[in-house]
Write a protein that binds this ligand. Structure first.
Ligand SMILES: CC(C)(COP(=O)(O)OP(=O)(O)OC[C@H]1O[C@@H](n2cnc3c(N)ncnc32)[C@H](O)[C@@H]1OP(=O)(O)O)[C@@H](O)C(=O)NCCC(=O)NCCS
Length: 185
């Protein structure tokens, strides 16, 4: 049997790191998600972020998380500061247990940039993907215009595996994408 048979999780996990708690989103997180993710500097670097961010959209998105996890498709966690519980960002792993791989995505609210939070959260998520979900490969797609995110992935031991030219139309222009990846062994 493949790793699929090892999946016995029926609730979204909470992960702890040195400075962070990564927990399931609650519907009450909606307004702060809208505030942080509605920032143009976050939205312009992510593929599926609505912009401008409509009121009520975050709550609808949060309501999808449980089912997507139980259906073994997606793990989305709120990144929170351990000291004061403030929500500072989001990290997700869209996984396919049959293929043994997952795509990592994340954002951190602008007031909290360049403190190592994305790196810390991504390392924990990659560890969870390999150890608990039994994945073999984790990859991420980054716009070439986003060196901070590429650095986060390199910090996590990912290597650049590909360069996809004009791969995605986003906000009216075709974007070049870097593909990063890491395997469990
Ligand atoms: C990309 C993002 C998640 C980084 O979050 P963060 O918590 O600031 O990341 P970290 O502090 O862990 O690491 C950032 C690294 O990039 C470096 N960096 C920051 N801006 C940079 C720039 N313009 N050029 C090169 N490196 C840069 C930092 O120095 C740091 O490197 P270090 O680990 O050597 O110190 C955050 O900026 C963000 O949410 N951006 C908008 C959304 C986004 O891009 N999401 C990812 C989509 S793939």
């Amino acid at each position: 049997m493949g790793p699929q048979s090892d999946f016995q999780h029926d609730t979204i996990p909470t992960l702890f790191t040195e400075r962070l708690i990564m927990r399931p989103f609650a519907v009450t997180d909606g307004p702060i998600v809208r505030e942080l993710a509605g920032n143009v500097k976050v939205a312009e670097n992510t593929l599926n972020m609505p912009y401008p961010y409509p009121e009520g959209e975050a709550e609808k998105w949060i309501a999808t998380h449980n089912a997507e996890f139980i259906e073994k498709r997606n793990l989305v966690l709120a990144i929170c500061n351990k000291d004061n519980s403030l929500l500072i960002g989001c990290i997700g792993l869209q996984f396919n247990l049959a293929l043994g791989n997952a795509e990592l995505g994340y954002w951190i609210g602008e007031p909290y940039w360049n403190k190592g939070y994305a790196t810390e959260a991504a390392r924990a998520m990659i560890r969870y993907g390999f150890k608990k979900l039994g994945l073999h490969k984790i990859f991420a797609n980054v716009y070439v215009t986003n060196p901070a995110s590429a650095k986060v992935l390199k910090n996590c031991g990912m290597k650049q595996e590909g360069y996809l030219e004009k791969h995605i139309r986003h906000w009216g222009s075709y974007k070049d994408i870097l593909v990063f990846g890491v395997t469990s062994v």
